[in-house]
Design a protein around this ligand. Structure first.
Ligand SMILES: [Zn+2]
Length: 385
């Protein structure tokens, strides 16, 4: 593990007294009680408008009615992006069994999915008799962009995969004229969003610049969608609507997993995003070792704030290694081989000097303006910085 002093510079180590977010987030701030700004923001902005009781259920049913009315006569009334993970699987359950919708399922084959994730999707599709569209990403382009990101030495190694999932889904929905996109985004497990410095934002300018500097092939078929295209063109002009049903119902991980196991024979896996080999290695090894960022902090803190885990349990869990050294080594070898570089080349690529979004062309200022605007009008309630 990297020396925390090295990451934090002169800043003394400090951890929130309520959750487990700490100064590994360079921009964290604390109030007089020692509570961090994620906690204050949760209490001030999310709690007052977050209803998962009867009131939430009634609101959700109203949304369902509107979706059905606006999609009358159509084969599908909405689209759901599925990964085989618990959020999107439970979302599919709620959309069909509770809301009574007819979704088209959409998934991306980025080349990294584990069998267990693919099998989970297949089980859901079969049990609910739904249609599934799989967007297969051109592997040469995916590989080239991922290697470019690794060479760029930035923390955001999930960007190529995240972008392709988000862009692929939105582009496909608009192309097919499906107005409603249902996402598994939720406060229950994600109310503490990974800090800006850990994940940055969907900034196509940064993606293109990194690829231009370090990529070798051109991205001809790789799905892209800028934040402005999504917000202004897709949502503003084409009328696309994004709904997060999991925020209207009680959504507890353990209960959701049990339901999924009973209904579909769903198989669970160790950590929230470990349905994918690259993500497992990136979140469990690369990010904590190279940058000192442990995304489990956000996940566990979300569970603390929503009453699903105690702070003591979270502290004990975060002290454990996210996954064992042997598995990390095996995964790294697998990743190097798949990306077409030798083990030593890969090691050399990932040990360069750390960089951030500031080292590349970006539109952070403009995108921040839009994020703050969304917070002002109440579309984005989470702490975003
Ligand atoms: Zn906190």
């Amino acid at each position: 593990m990297t020396d925390s002093k090295k990451i934090l510079g002169h800043r003394d180590y400090r951890i929130c007294t309520n959750c487990i977010m700490d100064t590994s987030d360079p921009q964290i701030s604390f109030n007089e009680q020692g509570e961090c700004d994620f906690c204050t923001s949760f209490k001030q902005n999310i709690v007052p408008s977050w209803h998962t009781d009867e009131r939430g259920y009634q609101e959700l049913m109203k949304i369902a009615k509107r979706i059905k009315e606006e999609s009358k006569g159509r084969k599908y009334d909405c689209i759901i992006g599925v990964s085989g993970g618990v959020d999107s699987s439970y979302l599919t359950y709620i959309a069909t069994k509770v809301m009574g919708l007819k979704p088209l399922l959409f998934t991306v084959d980025s080349g990294w999915n584990l069998n267990v994730a693919v099998e989970n999707i297949e089980k859901i599709v079969k049990t609910l008799k739904l249609d599934l569209y799989t967007e297969v990403v051109n592997w040469q382009e995916m590989k080239d962009l991922q290697l470019a990101f690794l060479k760029a030495q930035v923390p955001y190694q999930d960007t190529p995969q995240d972008h392709v999932i988000f862009a692929g889904l939105y582009n496909y929905a608009v192309k097919k004229g499906i107005k409603y996109v249902l996402t598994g985004g939720n406060y229950s497990t994600e109310c503490v969003k990974p800090p800006f410095e850990w994940t940055y934002i969907n900034d196509l300018a940064l993606i293109k610049d990194i690829h231009k500097k370090f990529g070798k092939t051109s991205l001809k078929t790789f799905p892209t969608c800028s934040m402005l295209k999504n917000r202004l063109y897709y949502r503003g002009i084409k009328g696309m609507k994004v709904v997060k049903p999991l925020d209207y119902v009680p959504y507890e991980q353990e209960t959701a997993l049990k339901t999924l196991e009973e209904e579909f024979g769903y198989q669970r896996y160790k950590n929230k995003h470990y349905e994918n080999i690259f993500t497992r290695w990136y979140e469990g090894y690369y990010l904590p070792n190279k940058f000192g960022y442990d995304k489990r902090r956000c996940y566990f803190s979300s569970l603390i704030l929503t009453g699903q885990m105690t702070r003591e349990e979270a502290l004990a869990k975060i002290a454990e290694n996210p996954y064992d050294e042997k598995q990390a080594k095996e995964d790294q070898e697998f990743i190097a081989k798949k990306l077409g570089v030798s083990d030593s080349e890969f090691e050399a690529i990932i040990t360069g000097d750390n960089k951030t979004w500031r080292d590349y062309r970006n539109t952070a200022k403009l995108l921040n303006f839009f994020i703050h605007l969304a917070q002002k009008v109440g579309i984005e309630k989470r702490n975003f910085r």
